[in-house]
Design a protein around this ligand. Structure first.
Ligand code: ZN
Length: 305
């Protein structure tokens, strides 16, 4: 039976509910060689972030997908604590980002070796915590993919084939998106399990339609007041062209930044429900379409068969 893997264990997909598919609780940009839990105080991060999570709970959000990858502040114990405290379903990830957030050994490692590490996190839990990843998070460089990012994309496809996990790939540009889809297809993975993260950064609407026609998910994150017009254009275009079932929406907001006093400035996660959903309604979207975007699409994307 299908399930979704949260930091507190498996849930039935119908339990997921209203979902923010791409947000961050904690980030650390010091680099792979220097980062680690010694860089932050879990209690302080939890205290700082809890009011922001409580604000979305009050809006009716029930699920929060934490997209901080390993070596950029992924902390499964912090996420589990916050999930217990707020009642939110929280998901974390396996996978790697890109330089300078890669460990040295990964720069030359074959895709099979990278995949072995990620599959092990799925099977045994992350770093001895018992917390399992709910998806695979990777990144690609813009333009033609450099060799290490090609191997990372291929490793994600191999990990997907071994685990069934969704792949979410930081991709802010069309050529990188097309090349990534070629790599995963060659590795035997269907684009329907692959999310082009930050697809809102792709300016040409024809690329959106073409990538959707290939079967990929398009994630329109970075949602905030001054982007709302463009996000609305992208959503309406998708609905008109018939690929509303492949769209994901989120803020890519938050976070407590390690190394900053009290984590620096935290951006709230509330714009989508407070402002953007009313905007969608004013633009003529029905409740069925809004439900598809915020509940059904994330549920289908994150479900593991
Ligand atoms: Zn992000």
């Amino acid at each position: 039976m299908a399930f979704i893997q949260t930091v507190r264990g498996r849930i039935h997909p119908s339990e997921l509910g209203l979902t923010l598919i791409h947000e961050h609780i904690l980030c650390d940009f010091i680099g792979a060689e220097k980062t680690g839990p010694h860089r932050w105080d879990r209690a302080e991060v939890a205290e700082r972030i809890t009011p922001y999570l409580q604000a979305i709970v009050d809006q009716g959000i029930t699920a929060f997908v934490d997209c901080s990858p390993r070596y950029i502040g992924r902390d499964p114990l912090l996420l589990r604590h916050l999930s217990e405290k707020t009642g939110l379903h929280i998901l974390t990830n396996t996978g790697f980002y890109k330089e300078p957030f890669l460990p040295r050994w990964a720069l030359e490692a074959p895709a099979e070796e990278l995949a072995e590490h990620w599959v092990a996190e799925w099977q045994e839990g992350i770093e001895g915590t018992g917390v399992r990843p709910g998806f695979i998070k990777i990144a690609v460089n813009p333009g033609a993919l450099i060799p290490v990012q090609q191997r990372i994309v291929r490793a994600a496809a191999l990990t997907h084939r071994a685990t069934g996990l969704l792949v979410a790939s930081h991709t802010a540009e069309a050529q990188a998106a097309y090349e990534s889809l070629e790599i995963i297809e060659r590795a035997g993975m269907a684009p329907g399990r692959y999310v082009i993260v930050h697809a809102n950064a792709i300016r040409n609407l024809a690329d959106h339609e073409a990538l959707a026609a290939r079967g990929a998910w398009l994630e329109y994150d970075g949602l905030q007041a001054d982007s709302a017009e463009w996000h609305l254009t992208l959503v309406r275009y998708a609905l008109e062209r018939g690929y509303g079932g492949q769209i994901l929406l989120s803020h890519d907001a938050g976070w407590y930044e390690a190394g900053q006093p009290l984590g620096g400035t935290v951006r709230p996660y509330t714009y989508l429900m407070a402002e953007f959903v009313p905007l969608l309604r004013r633009a003529g979207l029905g409740e069925e379409e809004i439900r598809q975007l915020l509940i059904e699409n994330p549920r289908r994307a994150l479900s593991i068969a």
